[in-house]
Design a protein around this ligand. Sequence first.
Ligand code: BES
Ligand code: ZN
Ligand code: ZN
Length: 480
Amino acid sequence: MVPNIVHITDQKERTANVFITAEIKLLSDLGFTKEETGYIEKKKSEDESFIVIHGIPGSKFVKIIDDVNLSNEEKEKLRVNGYELWQTLKKEKQERVTIYDLAGSKAATLAIAEGLALASYSFDKYKTEKKNESTKLTDVFIASSEVNAGDCSELQKLCEAVFITRDLVNEPVNKLDVEHLSNRVRELSDKFGFSADIYSKSKIESLKMGGLLAVNRGSQDPPAFMVLEWNPKDAKNEKPVVLVGKGVVFDTGGINLKTPPGSLDDMKADMGGAASVIGTMVALASNDVPYRVVGLIPATDNRPGFNAYVPGDIITMFNGKTVEVINTDAEGRMILADALSYADKYAPDLVIDLATLTGSAMVAIGQYGTVVMGTAADESFKELENAADDVHERVVRFPFWKDYDELIKSEIADIKNLGPREAGAITAGKFLGNFTTHPWIHMDIAGPAFIGKEDKYRGNGGTGVGVRLLYRFLTAKAGS
Ligand code: BES
Ligand code: ZN
Ligand code: ZN
């Protein structure tokens, strides 16, 4: 559960206390002893800016900042301080925290609260023991003249959207197959007020979404194609931004079964793109952002069932192009292709797809960033980069030169679904480029979507990458 994040003007009892300050002497008026302020001075001189004073009944935390306006790097440090704070609170079994902003810094206050809230996520619903013992962060109170109740509620709702996304990614396929995912999307749409239209297999057949149907052929379960819409009355835009998310609920590789040791282990997370699109729709709707956005999710598992598609097959896609299948493990691009062409019907201003698409992107930059490329104007990439740096979900733009098109030409069809090993993330992007005619950004989140080991406030497992980034990007477009 996401903690309540609440603006306060009165003091709350029985909470752990965090003080953000530019001047250590201000702490003396707040009950800090001479020894304590002396200790803080000493730590500061040793270049430590986040200081814990252990005490009974609870510890006190002090964050020293130099300026109310923070660089992106400093904001990130504060989020990490929020994570460190949570490590101590857990040990001390403190579930309520007050953050006192003595420095008058909205950026610092919200960053520490964000890191703390995001760090407090856990996915333990299937543990039958110890559930009641574990500490849950319930309340974050914020006492700051620069932060208002609206800022707190926006942050809480954004964190909730990230938690929803992480949950979706962390659920294994035996608990979250396409049908469960569809039901979950319906629930979320009812709860948060965006619309959800979920196309059944027969509708997908009548639309001739050849890529999605091909990948689904080895599965016991029918595919789904989800259309989510957030259409606020006061929208700042007419033409929507369309978000497309890869919804492979499990990727076995299909007939080209994944065989390298460990390569199947995290493939429940192959719907990370879909989860981030869903989370972004939740964040936009719950915060009533005045911007029109459509989410499209092609969903299936990729299995080697008896009628599975096989290498050599030629598939006619939704837009009429033909694809020669080289490898059934390159399934993400097959289903995304149909969704990207379907996006045309919205005459979008911009299309962004999110996908755990290639091992190649992960090999290239690891878990710390998202590989991006596409046909959108440089300005759109710049806006995305700015949002990415702001929320510390960084992106790296890869080349998208014409030369790469050669690598996926087929002898017998229009294109093939796999190029050579080199530039694998780019040829995957190039493949997708055949299916969209609008300004488009492809985000390969294979590296950061799911991580095997705790990484500060990103936690461990599903990270929810993309939600905070797209929320920032879209709210900036909406002018807030
Ligand atoms: N879902 C995988 C990509 C992936 C790999 C995501 C590791 C996260 C972690 C995708 O469908 C895939 O299998 N891609 C292959 C393509 C290929 C060589 C057949 C890849 O990139 O290895
Ligand atoms: Zn695959
Ligand atoms: Zn995949």
